[in-house]
Design a protein around this ligand. Structure first.
Ligand SMILES: [Zn+2]
Length: 463
């Protein structure tokens, strides 16, 4: 089934397909700004994009999906953090990049094909700014900064449908005195020793030393790693304006071609019914939730349990519910795999395919989870072929959503633990008759004891 997805630009659900002749699907996702730990709102976007990536790989083949996600390692916030800690910028950004990677691994997000950094692409950004100045889309201001002239691009505002009045208010924050028009935005920011410390590079032709504006970073990294026209550009809805609107303006004016053929934005995450803030006590990072005893797997489940285009309310209660949902899925998986010890390589249709279809239909992850649980609660088929197809399809849904059932902890009743321990000791002292009889007791109680060289584990046999 083709992957269909809402396009924020045309406001339609459209099929995703590679536009280039090489058949490679070019996918860009705006990455983190590395000055602090990413919060779970950021990870909603990254986990949603991870499901999308897995679906695209299923559709086009892993070798035909090029996924680029950048690291913003120079901007106002990274520089301010380095100054606050009295450390070099690169030390701060490397530290938080490492932390971001660790969190992504814990949340089972696939690594992007390429993960470029903004500071690794200064020359590419300067080149684009030079072209924009030559073409008359950008101008140098009195202080040596460079601004993009939004009136030079007719298509400005097409993604966000922003009205001119709102535009003036939103784009006005930076250095209003230096701009021709208050709606213009910075491509290059002239060096200010009191703010920037040692952070500066040679600028575009005629501009001062300084650093790039945030928006041009993505445009330059996209051009370098994916080319002038890409198949899909994604990010959180907070990036739609001005960031993505500005990326379109810069890239299309510089390259003279269409920029992104499809746009997708995931919605905001609320926590305990309101926006996250440290003062309200509802500001969650992955570490803060792990410290409360929740698993990263449950966090991922909750972040994906709402439709990506709707706001999602994250609560600690929903993590409890996720834990029990994951246990149900794990117990079902154990029961099913016990019936199909050797699933056939090819499979026919399965009742779990409806969940895959839901994912392909505008990334309906809650719909897919709903279909998964409906079928988990239905009686198992008796036909071996159907069972085998169910196992394969079930595993595929779990892989696409990115849930790892082997990490789900199953509560083991004390009497079962005691039986297992007695059996382990009986076996160790070579009292095999007792060991066998205790194993029978465990089986009757619905538990399988799996022996290893150095110990054992217990798995429930029934739901
Ligand atoms: Zn970006």
């Amino acid at each position: 089934m083709a992957v269909r997805l809402y396009d924020s630009l045309t406001r339609e659900v459209r099929e995703l397909k590679p536009a280039h002749k090489d058949g490679v699907f070019r996918f860009y996702n705006c990455g983190p700004t590395v000055y602090a730990p990413a919060h779970i709102g950021n990870f909603r976007t990254f986990t949603v994009n991870d499901v999308l990536r897995r679906l695209l790989e299923r559709e086009f083949g892993a070798a035909h999906v090029k996924h680029v996600r950048n690291i913003t390692d120079v901007d106002d916030r990274t520089i301010a953090q380095a100054k606050k800690e009295g450390k070099p910028l690169a030390e701060i950004t490397q530290f938080w990049t490492n932390k971001f990677h660790a969190d992504c691994d814990a949340l089972n997000c696939l690594k992007p094909t390429v993960e470029p950094t903004a500071t690794g692409h200064i020359l590419e950004q300067v080149d684009m700014i030079d072209v924009l100045m030559q073409k008359g889309n950008a101008y140098r201001s009195a202080d040596g900064s460079v601004y993009f002239k939004i009136t030079s691009f007719d298509g400005y505002g097409s993604l966000s449908r922003i009205k001119e009045r709102e535009l003036k208010i939103t784009n006005s924050a930076f250095d209003a005195d230096h701009k021709d028009d208050i709606g213009d935005f910075a491509l290059w920011k002239a060096y200010k020793p009191e703010e920037d410390g040692l952070v500066k590079w040679s600028g575009p032709q005629g501009a001062s030393e300084g650093r790039p504006g945030w928006h041009i970073e993505c445009s330059a990294m996209i051009k370098k790693h994916l080319g002038e026209t890409i198949d899909l550009h994604t990010g959180g809805v907070d990036l739609l304006f001005p960031h993505h609107e500005n990326e379109i303006a810069q890239s299309q004016c510089c390259n003279g071609t269409a920029f992104a053929l499809h746009w997708f934005h995931s919605e905001h995450l609320l926590a305990e019914g309101t926006t996250m803030s440290k003062s309200k006590g509802n500001y969650y990072t992955l570490d803060s939730l792990l410290a409360k005893g929740y698993s990263a797997n449950a966090v991922r489940y909750v972040l994906l349990a709402g439709h990506p285009r709707k706001q999602l309310n994250f609560t600690l209660d929903s993590l409890h519910a996720a834990d029990s949902a994951l246990k149900t899925l794990r117990e079902f998986r154990i029961k099913l795999s016990a019936l199909v010890p050797e699933p056939s390589l090819d499979r026919g249709p399965s009742r779990f395919d409806a969940a895959i279809n839901a994912l392909c239909d505008d990334l309906n992850i809650p719909g897919a989870l709903g279909k998964l649980f409906t079928e988990v609660n239905n009686p198992l088929p008796t036909d071996r072929g159907l069972l085998s197809a169910d196992l394969k399809s079930f595993d595929e849904v779990l892989y696409l959503i990115g849930l790892k059932l082997d990490e789900v902890k199953v509560a083991i009743p004390t009497e079962i633990s005691a039986l297992a321990q007695n059996r382990w000791e009986a076996k160790a002292s070579k009292n095999f008759a007792l060991a066998d009889s205790l194993r029978t007791d465990l089986t009757k109680a619905g538990w399988a004891m799996l022996d290893r060289k150095d110990g054992y584990s217990l798995e429930p046999l029934k739901q």
